[in-house]
Design a protein around this ligand. Structure first.
Ligand code: 4AD
Ligand code: MG
Length: 466
């Protein structure tokens, strides 16, 4: 059954006789003696043109089924194509219909359809040129990320998805339980009338992870440089173009790195993986530049070629305070900067990616290292045009006493984090890391403006179909 993909065929060194090709029909047009069917098998954005002699008795009965969406198997000769824009075409010798496609009910029509409609048929939208291109880029981007870290001496580690700790301390976690929660009467209850999780499978309350960082730190403090690349879950009720409830995060963590090393790595990493996508996905990117974001290539060279602006939170506040008229949330020192502020800085003020660092401790996570001023922490965010925050990271608080106090300030129970604190008890070292949202990176490289359209099956508040 093994046949060549269209990508392989179009790259062929020479003509080939009696080759088998399978794929889905995109279009067919008929001339007097010949019909031309464009087929695609997903391996590349390019279609293969099948030339069919429609006076041949063998083809006559099948031709009416060779239509948009139908799947066919063709045996024929690959020959140079006289038509422009394609190297080869396939002269059909036999055609087998693998699967019919009734046009009246097939939701993928040739005319342009909206992204909103395509989301309702997420199982079929990969058949469209745009979503197939998105998925190929997603694959390539994943590979580029692994390659970057491998080339730079990082180890790929796997942190648990089921966890008992809240890394970001924001309480936005999904519960994990083996209880039959559909039947409230069956839930075990303790003396205080609360659900008794000691009777649950893990004998305690568990959640889906919001970040692999804490466990990642333990591995970096043994292996030096590690990264995770895995699913992350947030029960935050943010219904925006850039928030998903389930997304993939890449989290490098490095022993002996300070905040400046961390920022250098973040910038180099984003540039490098963007370059790889530009190099390896040119055909698919062309589609996005043509139909989705006319300025895509210009935007991408802004990502790969500029030196990112580095500014401290306080400097950002100085700039933003002068522009308060334009903002819904007014800026003053201490506020947690919102998307509108971040986007003003990257899109209007600096017009390039920026890395903002040293934010106030009260709007930062508990694990970020306290600066000597006692007011700010060594955290950083990498912000990019259109999307805002692409990366969040920090140097970690490696001093046991400072960290323990910080946890108490955050109403966390240090006893529950005994293992995390052990890192500071036994051979503590300065270390840093960051998290990159994979879907936001996908939005950056494709120009797609909604996170729902860079995942095969998005999970967002109010929507978990398929
Ligand atoms: O800034 P965040 O919350 O940082 C952390 O989770 C740290 N533990 C990372 C670390 O230092 N190891 O999330 C990191 C990135 C964000 O910058 C954003 O790109 C992405 O994850 N992200 C989301 N992407 C999609 N949907 C959401 N709801 C996201 N929340 C965060
Ligand atoms: Mg963040």
């Amino acid at each position: 059954m093994k046949s060549k993909t269209i990508k392989e065929l179009l790259a062929s060194e020479s003509v080939i006789s009696n080759i088998t090709v399978m794929g889905w029909v995109k279009t067919r047009r008929d001339l007097k003696k010949q019909s031309f069917a464009e087929i695609n098998d997903g391996s590349t954005r390019q279609n293969l043109q099948i030339v069919i002699n429609n006076e041949d008795e063998n083809f006559k009965h099948i031709l009416s089924d060779v239509i948009n969406g139908a799947s066919i198997k063709v045996i024929g000769d690959l020959v140079p194509s006289p038509a422009k824009g394609q190297r080869y075409e396939l002269i059909a010798k036999s055609i087998e219909l693998l699967g019919k496609c009734p046009q009246e009910s097939y939701p993928i029509q040739k005319k342009k359809t909206s992204d909103e409609f395509l989301r309702t048929i997420a199982h079929l939208r990969p058949r469209t040129n745009k979503y197939a291109a998105m998925l190929r880029i997603r694959s390539e981007l994943s590979f580029a990320i692994h390659k970057y870290f491998r080339d730079n001496g990082f180890f790929y580690v796997h942190t648990p998805l089921i966890t008992t700790s809240d890394c970001e301390g924001a309480g936005e976690m999904f519960s994990v339980t083996s209880f039959d929660i559909g039947n409230i009467k069956n839930l075990p209850v303790d003396a205080n009338g609360n659900i008794d999780f000691s009777k649950d499978l893990f004998e305690k309350r568990t959640y889906l992870t919001v970040s692999g960082q804490l466990e990642g730190e333990t591995l970096a403090l043994a292996l030096g440089k590690i990264y995770t690349f895995g699913p992350t879950f947030r029960a935050e009720n943010s219904n925006t173009y850039r928030h998903a409830s389930e997304f993939w995060m890449i989290e490098p963590e490095m022993a002996f790195y300070d905040l400046y090393d961390d920022m250098d790595l973040a910038e180099d990493f984003v540039k490098s993986i963007t370059r790889d996508v530009i190099k390896n996905c040119s055909l698919d990117l062309e589609l996005f530049a043509k139909f989705v974001e006319p300025k895509l290539m210009e935007n991408l060279s802004n990502v790969t070629e500029t030196k990112y602006e580095r500014l401290q939170y306080s400097d950002a506040v100085n700039i933003l305070e002068k522009e308060n008229d334009r903002f819904e949330i007014k800026v003053s020192w201490g506020v947690d900067l919102a998307s509108e502020h971040e986007r003003f800085l990257v899109e209007k003020y600096f017009k390039k990616p920026i890395i903002m660092y040293n934010k106030p401790k009260d709007v930062a996570a508990f694990y970020m290292k306290l600066n000597d001023d006692g007011k700010t922490v060594r955290g950083m965010d990498l912000l990019v045009p259109r999307i805002g925050e692409l990366i969040g990271g920090s140097e970690r608080e490696e001093r046991l006493d400072v960290l323990t106090n910080k946890m108490k300030e955050f109403n966390m129970n240090p006893d529950l984090y005994w293992w995390y604190l052990d890192l500071r008890r036994f051979g503590t070292v300065p270390h840093s890391g960051f998290g990159l949202g994979f879907e936001r990176m996908m939005m950056l490289v494709t120009g797609i403006s909604n996170i729902r359209d860079v995942c095969a099956y998005p999970r967002v508040p109010g929507y978990a179909e398929f």
